[in-house]
Design a protein around this ligand. Structure first.
Ligand code: HPA
Length: 273
């Protein structure tokens, strides 16, 4: 079966079961999935029940799609995402974004846990993604093309929507939360970075580093969706003061800042047009 047939089959399955058409899509990263529990009139679909969805293999990732209402808007949330390092193709990990678009989602909020590679980005800091570097060595838009996917050569001059970034800044300011504008570097993982790699990423202009977000954003932009990207800095990695990073620590920090992060995201959803 082709990617197009997979998209259409998963879409049909969800369309028949979701009682509300979602407008806002949410991708909840490591330790941030608890936001899905605040969705009202919740309907939950485990990934392994949805046709053609991959299965989530990472600890701390619930692996389900949740639709309902959040901050007054109809949403569909991925509680746990798929990662390239799990061995799936770029097309497989981004399938849910294409399905969300088919279901009516026109705005995608992607969240993740990231390493902070600048002095001002400490564990627990919140970052607004202003731009990214795709250093994953692959791209989900490579391969067979169909008009259903959007444009063959999508523009990336403003991957992260300026108006949504301004809403995020306004909401953060009002809540007294510091939100740093960052350039996010996506790497394949699953190994964390060496000191030399952190130096390289800094030289390239990155502020944070992680193993996700970019594939979903590329697909969403190809489809013409508005995108907002938010990271929780879960560890600080500075090349001259390297300390071991662990997945447990990443998940723990993301969970600790959970309440503030959840209220930031809800505030943004409520304020955006
Ligand atoms: N590096 C890469 N990915 C990450 C990190 C990191 O330090 N922290 C959370 N995700």
């Amino acid at each position: 079966m082709s990617l197009k047939e997979h998209i259409l089959a998963a879409t049909q399955y969800l369309r028949e079961r979701c009682s509300q058409q979602p407008l806002v899509g949410l991708v909840l990263g490591t330790g941030l999935g608890s936001l899905a529990q605040e969705i009202s009139e919740r309907q939950i679909f485990a990934y392994d029940t949805i046709p053609h969805f991959p299965k989530s293999t990472v600890k701390f990732h619930a692996g389900q799609l949740v639709c309902g209402s959040l901050a007054g808007k109809p949403v569909m949330a991925m509680q746990g995402r798929f990662h390239y390092y799990e061995g799936y193709s770029m097309q497989q990990i981004t399938l849910p974004v294409r399905v969300m678009h088919q279901l009516g989602v026109n705005t995608l909020i992607v969240t993740n846990a990231a390493g902070g590679i600048r002095e001002h980005l400490n564990a627990g800091s919140f970052a607004l993604i202003a731009d990214h570097l795709n250093l994953m060595g692959d791209n989900p838009l490579i391969g067979h093309y169909d008009e259903l996917f959007g444009e063959r050569f999508p523009d990336m001059s403003e991957p992260y929507n300026l108006a949504l970034r301004n809403v995020a800044k306004k909401v953060a300011k009002k809540a007294g939360v510091e939100l740093f504008e960052t350039v996010y570097a996506a790497v394949s993982g699953p190994s964390y970075e060496t000191a030399a790699e952190i130096r390289m990423l800094r030289t390239l202009g990155a502020d944070t580093v992680g193993m996700s977000v970019v594939p979903e954003v590329l697909v969403a932009r190809q489809l013409g969706m508005r995108v907002l990207g938010l990271s929780v800095v879960t560890d600080q990695v500075l090349p001259d003061e390297m300390a071991a990073v662990t997945h447990d620590q990443v998940s723990k920090v993301a969970e600790q800042v959970g309440p503030a992060f959840r209220s930031l995201v809800k505030g943004i959803i409520s304020e955006m047009e």
